[in-house]
Design a protein around this ligand. Structure first.
Ligand code: DHB
Ligand code: FE
Length: 453
């Protein structure tokens, strides 16, 4: 992997051109959402009747509002606008794409039209080399963030309900919550700056109209979902848009297709693990990037793909230039089946072997196919493939082991340390499994040194 060449943003040097990437999208989020609102005739009418008043309904910067009022599309683009969104403003006033394109070139409408009739603008003189303001070295600054630990846990909604309704001291629940006590106290001394929380959405944010296989939250805030019982009385989460955008930039260039989600409610898959780990709090102690995986409708991603994705996420985090301590969590499982005559299936032998294999030999575990999960751990036990994403982010998985250029096994960082391991049957319909793995600072360093060579 020729990282710094592949990862740079040399597209910024193409003259007179702004690529719409995650950074621009973040800058122009509300500007573009305003444009999108003009898809509705009643909004177009209100905007035309009083542009300033309509713009003031949007949390846009004054600069952005002024650029819209001036119909200055170059300025709008510099401020994060995307031309397909901005074209809604033109459409509202009956302007063509050609008019809008021409307006950005410094030519009159007639001169622009003539230029196009004559064959259009030549790329000659319009390449990167012709840009006097180009930056010759756009190689990425060194990475300083680290993946400090990975945490794994079932996310049974009844565990959240037990906390929300003050039942954790009941005999049924006491052993479950006792199993998370060591983690709660360990986390008090090892609070990360950011958690990338891998979970699955359970027919909450995504219905059958849209089914992303891998979805990362690049937004600033996500509210707690109402799953039908009313929202849980726990805080929503604050994301980390800058780190999430960096992960998208890196991981998509590593050939993983991610869906970007700026707005969605988060369900028990995400909030229950946070409650189990941090207890009853008014505010979560760190930023949380939601990372949703489809395990609801087949085909769902393979264990191998999840492990490889986790490796790519780990590399991406370690190449982030700011000094951040990041944990990656994998949630769902262990064995459970919520449907049909086989409901209630529990397989403690398989679950415990899964934990052993996850710790010691994740690459081999990743070869297990869906059928093994379904047969041995129940239809909903397939949630466990998500644990491989978190495991892949640990330092000993940093380099792609199928890559001939990888370091020899002797130079590989050691496997992570097991801080805590817990297993209990049952919580509701499910076997509860929980694991905390920590990377030593040496491991994390070896991984980041190895990643950029
Ligand atoms: C249960 C477990 C789950 O993982 C889930 O998403 C819903 C319900 C249960 O055991 O009741
Ligand atoms: Fe679940």
């Amino acid at each position: 992997m020729s990282s710094s060449m592949m990862r740079d943003k040399r597209y910024r040097d193409v003259p007179g051109t702004t690529l719409f990437d995650a950074e621009q999208s973040r800058r122009g989020y509300h500007l573009n959402q305003f444009c999108m609102s003009l898809m509705r005739p009643e909004n177009r009418e209100r905007f035309v009747a009083d542009q300033r008043a309509y713009l003031d309904e949007w949390p846009m910067t004054e600069e952005q509002k002024q650029a819209v009022l001036d119909f200055d599309l170059n300025r709008c683009i510099a401020l994060g606008g995307n031309i397909y969104f901005l074209s809604k403003i033109g459409a509202t006033f009956g302007k063509s794409f050609q008019f809008m394109a021409g307006s950005m070139t410094g030519l009159s409408e007639a001169a622009y039209r003539d230029m196009m009739v004559a064959g259009g603008r030549s790329p000659d003189g319009n390449r990167i080399a012709d840009n006097p303001d180009r930056v010759d070295d756009r190689s990425a600054p060194p990475g300083r963030a680290s993946v400090t630990a990975s945490i794994y846990s079932s996310h049974v909604p009844a565990m959240g309900a037990a906390m929300d309704h003050g039942k954790t001291d009941e005999p049924y629940w006491r052993p479950v919550f006792a199993g998370y006590e060591p983690t709660r106290s360990w986390l008090r001394d090892n609070t990360p700056d950011v958690i990338l929380l891998v979970y699955n959405d359970h027919a909450t944010a995504f219905d059958l109209s849209l089914i992303p296989t891998f979805a990362i939250g690049t937004g600033a805030h996500y509210p707690v979902a109402d799953e039908g019982y009313g929202p849980r009385p726990v805080p929503g989460i604050d994301g980390h848009p800058a780190l999430a955008a960096h992960i998208v930039q890196e991981v998509v260039q590593d050939d993983f297709d991610l869906t970007l989600v700026n707005e969605m409610p988060v369900d028990h898959g995400l909030t229950v693990p946070l409650s189990m780990m941090f207890g009853d709090v008014a505010q979560w102690p760190c930023a949380v990037i939601p990372f949703a995986v489809n395990v609801v409708q087949y085909p769902v991603p393979s264990g191998r793909r999840c492990l490889e994705l986790g490796r790519a996420i780990g590399r991406a985090i370690r190449s982030y230039p700011e000094d951040l301590r990041v944990q990656v969590w994998g949630t769902g499982g262990m064995s459970h089946q919520l449907q049909g005559r086989r409901a209630g299936l529990i397989n403690p032998e398989w679950d415990n072997a899964f934990l052993d294999r996850l710790i010691a030999d994740p690459a081999r575990l990743a070869e297990s196919d869906h059928l093994e999960y379904i047969e041995e751990a129940g239809s909903e036990g397939i949630e466990l493939v998500m644990w491989l994403i978190a495991r892949g982010a640990m330092a000993d998985q940093a380099s792609d082991q199928s890559d001939a250029a990888s370091p020899a096994p002797a130079q590989m960082p050691a496997p992570p340390r097991v801080i805590h391991r817990f297993y209990h049957v049952p919580a509701s319909n499910t076997a509860v499994g929980h694991l905390v793995l920590q990377d030593t600072p040496t491991n994390a360093e070896t991984a980041s040194n190895g990643a950029d060579q």
